[in-house]
Ligand binder design. Structure first.
Ligand SMILES: Cc1ncc(COP(=O)(O)O)c(C=O)c1O
Length: 397
């Protein structure tokens, strides 16, 4: 084995994908309720994205950011139209987009607020990435273990706790960074009172409100971005995953006025926003904003929610069902790993969000009949799991 064993991988060898379906090397097909962890929101090998990247492959793959890349301005304009955030910095991943936001927050803190030790406030159970700064920002101890010394300048507050906000935002706070629905942390939505209060406090105290939309963005929760249905206006948004539908691309978006803190030499990425990545991102954004995909996905999402609530809530092992759009968590009273193995055996792929939460992230193009099929598989699998647990057995697939 020549790979660092950083992942606990399934034994599947997936070789082909189309829409909501994946095929393994034995020809067996699987309904994909992971979307490659919230990436292939338009479905696998989406024709428009594929043809945009193919066209770009014939012209130019890469030039450095020392030259103009006009496609970056086009993608930035598409994003700005939706978010009211005029400026974009392009990178290659979610962690890099958050890293850029943290750096911008520090520049803003020192240059606009005169802070010598600017702090970024984040929340318990959050997830922001695996680089040193982003794992420090993350509100979960398990991702930090063994990586000390960690960078300074972060403060972690309880999520959805309005009182803790009042005292937790101090004169050192440059920015607050949060997910509108915590993904890796267990599909936990922020309450609307909490978000409104947070927005007000940030405005009053000149603190940047930075929303991490790496997982929730690009249609995952029903709107293009989750902050839109939350009814708040962030100063900074981080985005990646779904932006390239499988082509690695990320972006940090910021409001007017912040550009002065990110002048020449302040930040850079060799590959960030290269013409291939921009071709993918532009095709994704056009598909999301110029077709009825979000309207159809909202209808599918309503059906998924009804099915989950009607068919799964009666199970003794299910303690909670929560989510929005096509981002759902089913929390069990026991470890979820055995259930995921049974689902895989029955042809449905899903992932965990913490040890007890089944995470469902189907592509936005998933059909109602496919939702019905997926929920039936989960329903049957839960019965199977519950029977085995009732018998005192251990499920061993
Ligand atoms: C909310 C959030 N932020 C950041 C990241 C890190 O993204 P990446 O794995 O692309 O670095 C993730 C990844 O799951 C995420 O869910």
């Amino acid at each position: 084995m020549a790979l660092f064993p950083t992942y606990l991988r399934s034994d599947l060898h997936l070789v082909r994908g189309e829409g909501s379906w994946l095929w393994d090397d034995q020809g067996k097909r699987y309904l994909d309720f992971t979307s490659g962890l919230g990436v292939c929101n338009l479905g696998h090998t989406h024709p428009e994205v594929k043809s945009a990247v193919q066209k770009q492959l014939n012209h130019l793959w890469h030039v450095s950011n020392l030259f103009h890349i006009p496609q970056q301005e086009e993608v930035s304009a598409l994003l700005a139209k939706e978010t009211e955030l005029k400026y974009a910095f392009f990178c290659n991943s979610g962690a890099e987009s958050v890293e850029a936001a943290i750096k911008l927050a520090r520049r803003y803190g020192s240059e606009s607020k005169g802070l010598s030790q600017p702090e970024v406030v984040t929340f318990h159970s959050s997830f922001h990435g695996r680089t040193l700064a982003t794992l420090t920002a993350t509100g979960q101890e398990k991702v930090k273990q063994g990586f000390a010394p960690l960078p300074e300048g972060f403060r972690c507050l309880p999520y959805n706790d309005v009182e803790a906000l009042e005292s937790g935002l101090t004169e050192h706070t440059a920015a607050v960074l949060l997910e509108i629905i915590q993904g890796e942390g267990g599909i936990c939505p922020a309450g609307s009172d909490f978000l409104k209060r947070l927005e007000r406090l940030c405005r009053q105290r000149n603190i940047l409100l930075m929303v991490d939309e790496v997982q929730t963005g690009i249609g995952r929760t029903g709107d293009l971005f989750a902050f839109q249905h939350a009814g708040i206006q962030p100063d900074v948004v981080t985005v990646a995953k779904g932006l390239g539908n499988g082509f690695p691309v990320g972006a940090m978006l910021g409001r007017s006025g912040l550009e002065k803190h990110f002048g020449p030499g302040s930040h850079a990425s060799t590959f960030g926003g290269n013409p291939l990545a921009m071709a993918a991102a532009k095709a994704v954004l056009q598909e999301m904003t110029e077709t009825d995909i979000l309207i159809r996905a909202k209808q599918t999402a309503q059906y998924l929610q009804n099915q989950l609530e009607q068919r799964l809530s009666l199970h003794a092992s299910v303690v909670d069902i929560r989510g929005q759009g096509l981002m759902w968590g089913v929390e069990l009273n026991q470890p979820v790993a055995p259930l995921i193995r049974i689902l895989q055996e029955k042809g449905l792929l899903a992932v965990m969000a913490g040890p007890k939460v089944l995470r469902l992230l189907p592509p936005l193009v998933t059909e109602v009949a496919e939702v019905e099929q997926a929920v039936s598989i989960i329903d049957e699998s839960l019965h199977l799991l519950e029977e085995v647990v009732e018998d005192g057995g251990v499920f061993n697939l």
